[in-house]
Design a protein around this ligand. Sequence first.
Ligand code: ZN
Length: 421
Amino acid sequence: MRLIQRAKTGSLSREGTENNRNRMGEIQGSPVWDHSTDIDDNSTQHDADAVEALFETVCSTVERFCQLDDTNTNPGIVLAQSKPPAELYWQAVHDVVELSKVEKILNKSSFMHKGYKNRRGLIGACAALAWEPAVDSARRAPGRTFELIAYRDRARWGSERVWDPKSAAVLSNVIPTSFDNYDFQNDIPRILPHTPCPVLYGIRGTASGELPRALEVVNTEESVDRWVIFETNHASDDHIQPLQIRQFQPYQSVQLGGGVTSEPMVMKGGHTFFELKDAEGDRVICAAYEPTKQFRDVVKGLIPGDKIVIYGGLRGPNGSNGDLFTGSDQKVPTVNLEKLEILGLEKEMGKVSNPRCPSCKKAMKSIGTNQGYRCKACGIHVDESAAEFAPEARKLELGFYEVPPCARRHLSCPIELFNKS
Ligand code: ZN
């Protein structure tokens, strides 16, 4: 979910500031300024006619451009002069919100609103207004980040975007507070959408004032018709809830500590799985699917006994999204991993040499895989465990590992942003 809210003051460069206002965008050459009053400041009373006119403008604009023939397009518009309860945001980002609940809030608060088709767009619109960036000092992830969105000339909408993908690779040097511009492991730029939408590119960062520099860096033959900086919950990890397995519900995203209880298994297509047990003794399947690329090598390096914390999303209850539980008898849920932290590594024992014969002390020969050893001279047989073992160096270290940027969900916080803002 992308949340769009007011732009905050205080972090823009001097060039972008005028009369204590900050330039948060530009539309066909005209500046867009932020506003200094908070949306939840009820002392600001707006003229009723002006509010009505604004609502009409928003509705007619949405009606003009939205593609209602798409089954997944169900827009909702909410115009409010006070905030809906913050609890609505947290429920929307953690669980499932019924439309009836949102309609109750809308009607009780007399918010101006309009829903189209199945009207479920009202849920996201109302939850976005309810959002307040979290300011808990114990958080690792930022409470909010920013995204500069540059838009295309209307004549170009739907056509292929003409630009130099390598220019996305230098963005993190020019704007060190920007993130996920380019997936260097997989050589994939991350700033362009893959849809025929009016967006030319989007640059995410933790300091809004530094983002306009991207307009000079991204190398494109297209002119930027307009650009606007949005305050967002990208990279906030707001979707993640610390839960035990027995509390899991469909569609939740969870943080769970436990011990690895199986060797990693690589399935057809390169999807990689292992089993984890939590403190209650319940089990969960952890999945790193093929699109998570190099992250699967981390998963393959785990062994039973490793102590880890996983972060990831649960599937829906059933239907096309698959089952929350992989087997109806076993009731073992599957978590699609976004990242994991290794807290403890089990000693991995590797074979150093074949066993010596207990009788004649000569080196014994292997009979075959997992079939033990035999002394050629005496004929004595011993099993596999009689070989000499010693601890092997583990490839993994303690700490965090994550999927590469090309596989990252918008809400998931890159490790590089932990405790940085
Ligand atoms: Zn022997």
